[in-house]
Design a protein around this ligand. Sequence first.
Ligand code: G4P
Length: 503
Amino acid sequence: MTDFKEALKTRRTFAIISHPDAGKTTLTEQLLLHGGVIREAGTVKGRGAKKLASSDWMAIEQQRGISVTSSVLQFDYDGKRINILDTPGHEDFSEDTYRTLMAVDSVVMVVDAAKGIEPQTKKLFEIVSKRGIPVFTFFNKIDRDARAPLDLVDELESTLGIQAFPMNWPIGSGQILQGIYDLRQKELIPFKNASDHPEVMQDGMDEVELLEDAGNDFDTEAVAKGKLTPVFFGSALANFGVTEFLEQYLSYAPQPAGIETVDDEKVLPDSDQFSAFVFKIQANMDPRHRDRIAFARIVSGEFKKGMDVTLSRTGKKLRLANVTQFMAEERENVQDAVPGDIIGIYDTGNFQIGDTIYSGKKPITYPDLPTFTPEYFNKVIAKDVMKQKSYHKGITQLVQEGTIQLYKAWNSNEYILGAVGQLQFEVFKFRMENEYNVAIQFEPIGSKVARWVDPEQVDQKMASSRNLLVKDRYDRPVFLFENQFAMNWFKDKYPDVDLEAKM
Ligand code: G4P
C-alpha cells in the first residue's frame, strides 16, 4: 500500500446532522451513488425505520447486522476516501450521537429549505460548534416550494451564530425552479425539465448580483475554524446540486488533524506511533455470538492487522487481530487503516467509551469524551428475582456500552437509571428482554436536575424527598433535585456545598 502518510491526506471523515425528515438519508444515499457503492436509490437499509412506531424501530435496530453496517459508510470519490459516520436518525437524542460527533473532522448540516433551522439541527450544531470544526450547509428540497434563500441564510446566521457564505444560489424553487447559480464558477446549472419563468430568472439573477457586489471574501481559515459555513442549495431527491456540493465539500473539508492528549501534547496524524480512541461500543451485534464491537477512530499512525497495542486506562496489552471496517453494506476484515478511518474491534469486555489505545512505548491518553447530564430517571427492578445474575450482567454491559447511565440509591443500593432522552429507557428495556432474557420494570421518578457534590461535603441529612441522594457508577455522590427551585433552596440552605453539573 502507499505510504500511510500519503493515504491519510485523502481521508475525509464527517457526519451529517439534521432534523428528522430534512433529507439526511436521501443525501447519504446520493453520496453513496456517487461513490458507486450502491447502484440505485432506496437501497440504504433501515431507511424508513425511524418513521415506524418506536417498538418497530427497536425490532429493526435489534437486527444489528443491518443498522451497524450503516453506522460507518466508506466510499471513494475523486481520489478521496470518504467516511460518513451515521448518527441515529431518531428524534430522541441519544448520547451516541454526541459522541459520534467527537470522531469526525467536519460536519454536513442538512436543512429543509421549506422549514429552515429546526430544533434538533440547532441542538446538534451547538455541540459541533464547541469543537470548532468546519460545518457545510446543504439547504435541501429546493425542488419543492422553499423559503426565500436570503431569509434562510439570515435565519441560519442569526439562530446559529455562524457566518454563512453562499457557494451557489437557487433561482426559484418548486414548480418554478430554474436552476442554481454557481457563485464561484459564475455559471447557471439549469434544473432539468425546468419550465421557463423569465421573471423568476430575473429576480434570481438580481439577487446573485447583490451577493456578488457584497463581495465577501471566501475565508478558508474561517471555514476551517467553524466560524463560516459554506452554503449550498439543492435537492437530494432529484440529485440536483449534489455533485457540485460533494466536489466543493471535498476541496474544502479538512483531512484528519491532530488531537491533544491529557498531557497537552498534540499527537499528529502522521506520527509513526499508532493511536485511536473508542467513541462507541455496540454489544450483541450478532445475537448468535454475543459479540461486542468497539468503534475506534484512528488518530495517528498506521493500523496493521494483528498489531499489539496498549489500552491506556488499564495498561493492558492487546493484539488487534479481529478488526473490521465497514464498506457500505459489507463488513470487511481490515488489513490496514490510517488516521481518519474507523475500525471496529471485536471486544471481549476490555473497552469502555473514551478509551485510548496506542502502539509503542510512549503512553498516549486522549481526553474523556463529554458525558451529558441525564435529565430523566427511573428506578429499575427485575421482575423475576431468580434472574438476578443475568439482570446484573445486562445492566453492567449496557451501562459500559454507554446506552444509559447507572446510579444507586445512597443507602439501599437500588438501581436508578438516568438518560438524556426517554427513548433510551425503552431501548434499554427492550434489549434487557431480548438480549439478556430479563424482564424489567421501571418505576418512574421523573425528570430531575442532577448535581455532583464533593464526597467530603456530603451528609446524608442533606437529602430529602425533594433532593434524592444517589451515587454514580464510580460511587461519587450526586443529588437529584426535583427541579430548579429545589436546587436553589438547597443552595440557600447549604451555601458552602459546591454543586457540579458534570462529573
Ligand atoms: P431524514 O433521513 O433526514 O429523516 O430524511 P429522509 O432522507 O428520509 O427524507 C425525508 C423525506 O423527504 C422523504 O420522503 C424523502 O423522499 C424526502 N426528501 C428528501 N430529499 C428531498 C428533496 O430533495 N426533495 C423532495 N421533494 N423530497 C425530499 P417521504 O415521503 O417521507 O419518504 P419516502 O417514502 O420517500 O422514503
